[in-house]
Design a protein around this ligand. Structure first.
Ligand SMILES: [Zn+2]
Length: 262
């Protein structure tokens, strides 16, 4: 057997089409090439729908959502088309990027296809490596380049594991979900309630949408003995539905030590 192809299915698609820059990722053209017709209408109860018959399909996207969300929805439906051909899907908004672990496998596969198609690692990773500091300023710049949402872009940034990061989403009722880069040890598990010292707390309950990222004692995020010895860099931003995203950068290498000393 030959060497394993390092590119995912979606990335191989892009490469076969000769696409090498973010602005050339034309989803409707890719859909057309795969026998998928795309239409926009007033869907109610779901964000996007895929109806497939044989080697043709129609994807319907809710017209009232913003453009970056529509783009993610279309990429997600193309994921279903590639992985689950022969079936039809109705996907809700919160199926798209949240609640990773509780989602059915088909939804996770479609999400991961979407992330690879919209932000292929071979384009995304080099840009993330060039970032000076992994904060929401950097996320916003990448989101602009790839025409993707702040949330989807931040998730991708954590997933590519170039920087040791945690991404934590909170609503007023507590933590909704979090993601961690592979290099961040499992013992750094963010607590369920926001600490009033955190920037995220300010964003959730205060007036400001955003200030600058700042250093903060790790104990504001991790309820674990020894956390008070470390500082991390926190950035926080308000997103839709009254939720706040916090991006935590584990800058101190001792926190990444897996020898069991800390
Ligand atoms: Zn779906």
């Amino acid at each position: 057997m030959s060497a394993i192809n390092p590119y995912s299915r979606a990335e191989q698609r892009l490469q076969a089409l000769g696409i090498s820059a973010p602005e050339d990722i034309d989803l409707e053209a890719i859909a057309w090439d795969e026998g998928v017709r795309v239409q926009y209408s007033d869907l109610s109860g779901c964000e996007a729908r895929l109806v497939g018959v044989g080697d043709r399909a129609i994807v319907t996207i809710r017209s009232s959502t913003d453009d970056r969300r529509k783009r993610f929805s279309l990429a997600h439906e193309l994921g279903h088309w590639n992985y689950h051909r022969g079936r039809s899907f109705e996907c809700r908004a919160d199926d798209m990027v949240e609640k990773f672990s509780s989602k059915p496998i088909e939804e996770r596969e479609a999400d991961s296809y979407a992330a690879d198609l919209l932000m292929p690692a071979y384009m995304f990773q080099p840009l993330v490596r060039n970032v000076k500091r992994p904060t929401f300023d950097a996320v916003s710049e990448l989101a602009e380049k790839f025409n993707t949402s702040i949330t989807a872009t931040a998730i991708r940034m954590v997933d590519v594991n170039v920087w040791p990061l945690l991404l934590v989403c909170h609503a007023k009722g507590g933590r909704l979900w979090f993601k961690r880069s592979r290099d961040v040890p499992d013992r750094w598990f963010p607590q369920g309630e926001l600490d009033s010292d955190s920037l995220a707390f300010d964003r959730l309950f205060g007036e400001k949408d955003r200030t600058r990222a700042q250093k903060i004692g790790a104990e504001a995020w991790f309820d674990r003995r020894g956390a008070e010895r470390f500082n991390i860099v926190e950035d926080a931003i308000r997103i839709s539905n009254g939720q706040v995203l916090a991006l935590l950068w584990i800058e101190d290498n001792e926190m990444l030590d897996d020898s069991g000393r800390y």
